[in-house]
Design a protein around this ligand. Sequence first.
Ligand code: AMP
Length: 207
Amino acid sequence: MRLVLLGAPGAGKGTQAAFLKERHGLAHISTGDIFRHNLKNNTPLGLEAKKYMDAGELVPDEIVMKMVGEKLNGFAPDEGFMLDGFPRTVGQAEFLETISKLDGVILFHVPDEEIVRRLSSRAVCRDCGHVTSRLENDKCPSCGGELYTRDDDNEATIRSRLKVFHEQTEALEDFYRERNLLFEIDAAKHPEEVFEQVLAVLSHDKD
Ligand code: AMP
């Protein structure tokens, strides 16, 4: 199964990807995680991406497409994966069509004010990468590790990222609707309830 998880930053794509990885063993490919990993290791790609990430802007298409192209090249034709945070522009979606066939695109709907609320309290575990809320935990609920706040989870950058989502990524809804690949989910709920909807979509997709 090859899926795209589509939605604003903070819509819960990464959390649902972790559930799906556990349940279906699908590989999770997050372009944001790849950039952050590169940045941590001070690679030229990471340093280039940082300029855009800090401003809440998109890394240019050529850079992202090259990176994703190389990553997907390593997958056998029958190997499944979930793309989280890619594509984010119509150009990226057109590129993806040339290198892989998709089984579905799951769109996670969350109102903007809920996104701002979630991202303003979002915290990530330094040890295992688990994502949680500071309103609920002061240590990682999964491994007890220390939590940190992503550099781009501050109110000004959150607002820029949301603007970019509406201006550049939302067009993908129609792009995938026209191709009969779009499944829409109300993601302003608890992660477990959202996952029920994801599983319902996937079982329908198999019929
Ligand atoms: P994310 O972790 O998905 O919220 O991504 C964090 C940041 O990485 C974004 O705000 C962008 O600056 C950059 N980024 C991640 N994926 C993409 C993409 N597909 N196209 C352009 N920029 C991206």
